[in-house]
Ligand binder design. Structure first.
Ligand SMILES: [Zn+2]
Length: 124
């Protein structure tokens, strides 16, 4: 792969990494024990309510938490994929399909710089 394209893609990956980490930091903390893992913070609205209002608030917190989990999961997966690509970009393997070893289409790698597979393998 052309060095110039590679460096553009690397910058693009780094930018995406920062933006995903920013999104994650809003509601989750990096797991200190497990690299690449994030934990959604349990939302705490305020503890001033009592009785029914407190129960309602607790239900809202659980709902907010449940809504965040899939968001966290998908951001986490994207971040892992980007980190893998950033590791791979230092090697000659970058830009080649991990399944059939063929070169990943230019149009595809430009849109998905962290693509692991060529279009054919991806669709199979
Ligand atoms: Zn392939």
């Amino acid at each position: 792969m052309n060095k110039q394209i590679k460096s553009t893609l690397k910058k693009n990956l780094e930018k995406r990494k920062i933006s995903i980490e920013k999104q994650l930091k809003k509601f989750a903390d990096k797991d200190k024990k497990l690299t690449g893992d994030w934990d959604t913070r349990f939302p705490q609205f305020n503890g001033k309510e009592s009785g029914n209002a407190a129960m309602e608030q607790a239900a809202d917190e659980v709902e907010a938490y449940a809504n965040l989990l899939p968001v966290e999961h998908s951001l986490e997966l994207r971040l892992q994929s980007i980190n893998n690509a950033l590791k791979k970009i230092k090697t000659e393997k970058y830009g080649f399909c991990e399944k059939c070893q063929k070169k990943i289409e230019d149009e595809r790698i430009k849109v998905y710089p962290d693509a692991q597979y060529c279009l054919k393998c991806k669709n199979n």
